[in-house]
Design a protein. Structure first.
Length: 201
């Protein structure tokens, strides 16, 4: 039975290190958004990453045992401005050629109230790994019209880009700089609970 379950996980591209957990979720990028915003001059500019994947092991009755892994392709950054996107992919920012992925791997999950979660873990970007904590919320689980079990998540992560070696900036004639140091990452995630996926017979 264990071997059969392992085969099912591999067929769906799931990391088999999650074997033994009761609820394995896979990010559905078609119904998710991984966005960010950073101050530019006075207002904040926004963008997002278009290509990413993730595997969550989460049982709402045992949130402290949860595991979260996310991979983001840096070249998929999108701000709706081609020249700016090329600059962000360059070695002055994400250096996508040398560092094609941003990764997050959780190390500790702390429940906060009824639905809140503090998800601590390691964020690797540009070859630098630093500890971060995501303020998250589990939105529950439901079944879509096609019989797939889906779950919803929201999260916010604030970080200083210079901690990962993203230092580019320009001084302004009247004081200040072009780009702020703090980046806010906003997560709106829908996952499919692969553990409850129906198989055709």
């Amino acid at each position: 039975m264990r071997l059969k379950w392992t085969a099912v996980l591999i067929a769906f591209g799931i990391n088999t290190s999650f074997i033994g957990f009761s609820d394995v979720h896979k990010i559905d990028p078609a119904h998710s958004n991984l966005g960010f915003k950073v101050r530019h001059l006075l207002a904040k500019s926004t963008g997002k990453f278009k290509t990413y994947s993730g595997e969550f092991d989460f049982d709402p009755s045992k949130p402290k045992d949860a595991k979260f892994n996310v991979d983001i392709e840096t070249a998929s950054i999108f701000t709706d401005n081609e020249d700016r996107d090329k600059h962000l992919r360059s070695d002055e920012f994400f250096d996508a050629a040398k560092h094609p992925k941003i990764t997050f791997k959780s190390s500790k999950v702390t429940p906060v109230g009824k639905e809140g979660l503090k998800i601590a873990g390691d964020l690797n970007m540009r070859g630098v790994t630093k500890p971060v904590t995501i303020d998250a919320k589990y939105l529950g689980e439901n079944v879509d019209p096609w019989g797939n079990t889906k779950a919803g998540w929201e999260g916010v992560l604030k970080l200083n880009r210079k901690d990962w070696g993203i230092n580019w900036n320009k001084s302004l004639d009247k004081g200040g700089v072009v780009l702020g140091d703090e980046v806010e990452i906003d997560l709106d995630i829908e996952t499919e609970n692969i553990s409850k996926k129906k198989t055709k017979t």
